[in-house]
Design a protein around this ligand. Sequence first.
Ligand code: ADP
Ligand code: MG
Length: 293
Amino acid sequence: ATPTALMVGTGRGAQLGILIKGPEVLESTRRVDTVVLDKTGTITTGKMTLLDVVTADGEDRDQVLRLAGALEDYSEHPIAQAIATGARDRVGVLPVVEDFTNIEGLGVHGVIEGHAVIVGRTRLLDDWAQHLPADLDTSLRAAESEGKTAVAVGWDGKARAVLVVADAVKATSRQAITQLRALGLTPIMLTGDNAAAAATIADQVGIDQVIAEVLPADKVETVKRLQAEGKVVAMVGDGVNDAAALAQADLGLAMGTGTDVAIEASDLTLVRGDLRAAADAIRLSRATLRTIK
Ligand code: ADP
Ligand code: MG
């Protein structure tokens, strides 16, 4: 590969809204056969809204919103922002949180007005022996089967509510998946979200392989496993939870709309956060390297 031709490739990339870390990146792009895609913020907009608050018997809805909203106000997760914004819209000023902890891929914890509050996956609440009552569990599953994300809220040893949030698939994601397939690549969705919600979104964009309910630390393990099977893996992601997997992949592609950590861990940045640029990048690199040969 001549340096000049590679520089042309990177220049063309910039026109397409693709930032390439170094010309050598194009070489690995050419060999990719599998594309692993994060869901939230990558296939979907990541801009979630709070749709529903389901409280357990005898719980006060406003108190649920005050405590859960206050806690989530300290997290940058898209789910958290939806809950904090939705809570503030409904109940006004949120109380102060002490001892905030983010439990990556599971939820958040903190002390508010003397209450030890948790918001997150039911798995997290189960760890704290705060098991969802049957009616809340039914509401949570119903929301998930519609492709929404539902998280549980508990404090002082008791699960008290389920909050339902949802975001929308980006208008361009389905077309991007079609383009990736046309290039001979196999798309796989990889997400920490629940299996039912993941399957619904995958179906909307035309992905048939889904790996769901994956903890952030296990995203990188999934990429390693695919590589051990002989696949050459591109990973597309946006979150802090994707960074290790982006670095491990043969080619890491970050959404320009995503976190700095994800961008730093990646070889390419899709500036506009449009997934179709992933297909453009692979097409460009193949074309550039063909010119050189
Ligand atoms: P993704 O892979 O889709 O970007 P994450 O790994 O960031 O998802 O999160 C996985 C799951 O953990 C979420 O779907 C949610 O159930 C839970 N979770 C993570 N962070 C939070 C939070 N701040 N508040 C509530 N739930 C959370
Ligand atoms: Mg994400």
